[in-house]
Design a protein around this ligand. Structure first.
Ligand code: IMP
Length: 213
């Protein structure tokens, strides 16, 4: 069965202005008008699920019910194999209340040392996207990028765990890349680089109508 198409107005279940801006760039050309949960004064639910998919669905469901509009949400994080997938869905929380990812990166390095692991430290980023309609219908998409962790960290661009993540096949960490290089959505049919861009590519293919010419 083909995915339900997104048309008209869509609520972005995020209070993050950066995410809203990126989504407007992506959705606008397809005739979708994105409005944020913050602009509608909707509450931000607690992320209580134990999977990326579960948290994305939870956030989208709450926003669709509260607004009566289709709602979009995402959840993402870093999974380190030698740490049994941690920090995973707790990636943002490892940064603490101040979102201090310098400290979160030190914690990853410390825990790897404590476990006596040896490089290469394989890891991946995951991004789960969910769209839920007010009638409960849901569509889900996922993007993943594999790589290894490098210490000490490299580069001061990006955010979160970018400076320690070296994607497979490349010689620059995400922290050494411009955002456009990391998140670009290639229009020529090739595969995007970041987990977020890969998930958006899947969403665009399945759920967006053609761009008006
Ligand atoms: P959320 O998806 O907004 O809940 O945030 C997930 C957390 O995972 C972020 O705060 C970052 O720490 C981490 N994360 C997710 N995607 C990336 C990325 O592309 N680079 C670096 N860190 C990321």
């Amino acid at each position: 069965m083909s995915a339900r198409k997104i048309e008209g107005r869509l609520v972005i279940a995020s209070h993050n202005p950066g995410k809203l801006w990126e989504l407007r760039q992506l959705l606008g050309p397809h005739g979708v008008d994105a409005v944020s949960a913050g602009e509608l004064g909707l509450p931000e639910p607690e992320e209580t699920e134990t999977t990326f998919r579960g948290n994305a669905l939870l956030k989208a469901r709450v926003a669709a019910q509260a607004s009566g509009l289709p709602a979009f949400a995402d959840d993402s994080g870093l999974c380190v194999d030698a740490l049994d997938g941690a920090p995973g869905v707790y990636s943002a929380r490892w940064g603490g209340e101040n979102r201090d990812f310098g400290a979160a990166i030190e914690r990853v390095e410390r825990e790897l040392k404590e476990r006596g692991g040896k490089p290469p430290f394989t890891a991946h980023f995951i991004c789960a996207l969910a769209i839920v309609w007010p009638d409960g219908h849901a569509e889900e998409f996922e993007g993943r990028v594999d790589g290894v962790l490098v210490f000490p960290k490299r580069g001061d661009k990006g955010f979160g765990y970018d400076p320690i993540f070296l994607p497979d096949g490349l010689d620059k960490t995400f922290g050494e890349m411009m955002s456009a290089e990391k998140h670009a959505l290639p229009g020529d049919g090739s595969i995007a680089l970041s987990h977020r861009a890969r998930a958006f590519q899947a969403l665009a293919r399945a759920s967006l109508g053609p761009r008006p010419s």
